[in-house]
Ligand binder design. Structure first.
Ligand code: ZN
Length: 296
């Protein structure tokens, strides 16, 4: 006799076609049933599902709840917070790269926060410059953090939003250090042999969520700075969020704030209310996407 125990849960791992969920601290496996295959619909990690427990280790996904957002490569859904991770140096901090990540984040309906690492490796001039720039992002409305190796990671990470967090950024900026903080499997084994084993394991492409205070952290970069193909040139202006309050008052409703007359965004720019580098990056991205269209 099958007990009917139905739970609303989040898919926490997908490996070799098997989905995993946690029911009261125990991990259960499930394969998508014929229904999903027939509709060509694949559940992804992060999905909230109605899960029916069948025995001690297995069950069925009965239903997948509507997603509030979803990243594509690798797929993760229902993200509550995105942290863009940049390093001060090695690789060098770049507002151009940061703005790319911010634009992509907004295109996925995510309001990101900004974390800059390796403060301890930067000289005093670099620190001053980065702090100045971060202040601008703070005024725009992004949470910013600037940390070095001696800063208390736990306290810092408590400021991140609750729920499911994804860290995005180039390789080498220290994302893994933060993710590993929540990986009990790594914390248990710290010797050299297991480290190299884990490195091997990490190259296999699977997505997994790890428990953190009041939520999860995903062990995936989420997206890269080149992930622009789904974005149209006319939508980018909305992802430079500080433009919006001025853009509403432009003469033309569909003003792209480039050569149009009586553009309030350009007026705000000339008055110093919008940072020049932000506007430059907007133009750059706009042109890049416009060129892409022409080449088709
Ligand atoms: Zn305008």
């Amino acid at each position: 006799m099958r007990g009917v125990s139905l739970y609303s849960l989040r898919i926490v791992k997908l490996i070799s076609g098997v989905y995993q969920v946690d029911v009261n601290g125990d991990r259960f496996n499930t394969k998508p049933r014929g229904l999903f295959r027939k509709n060509k619909f694949s559940p992804v990690v992060g999905d909230i599902v109605d899960f029916e427990v069948q025995n001690n280790t297995e069950g069925y996904i009965q239903h997948v709840r509507e997603r509030k957002n979803a990243l594509k490569r690798p797929p993760v859904s229902n993200i509550d917070g995105l942290v863009i991770v940049m390093s001060a140096v090695e690789p060098q901090f770049s507002t151009q790269l940061l703005d790319r990540f911010i634009v992509i984040a907004h295109s996925y309906k995510l309001h990101p926060s900004i974390l800059v690492t390796k403060r301890d490796l930067a000289n005093s001039q670099q620190i001053k410059d980065i702090e100045e720039v971060l202040n601008i992002y703070k005024q725009i409305g992004y949470m910013t953090q600037f940390v070095g190796i001696d800063d208390d990671k736990a306290t810092m990470m408590q400021q991140w939003p609750s729920g499911l967090i994804v860290l995005s950024g180039q390789s080498g900026v220290g994302k893994t250090t933060f993710i590993n903080h929540y990986r009990p499997d790594l914390q248990l084994t710290t010797n050299h042999i297991s480290k190299s084993l884990n490195r091997g394991k990490h190259t296999t492409r699977h997505v997994e969520l790890f428990d953190r205070n009041q939520g999860y952290i995903a062990d995936t970069p989420g997206f890269s700075a080149l992930d622009f193909n789904h974005i149209e040139k006319d939508e980018i202006k909305h992802y430079f969020v500080e433009f919006n309050q001025y853009g509403e008052h432009c003469k033309f409703r569909n003003c792209n704030h480039i050569n149009e007359p009586q553009c309030q965004v350009k007026a705000a720019l000339s008055e110093g209310k919008i940072a020049q580098f932000r506007y430059d990056h907007y133009l750059q991205l706009y042109n890049e996407i416009a060129d892409r269209k022409v080449r088709y």
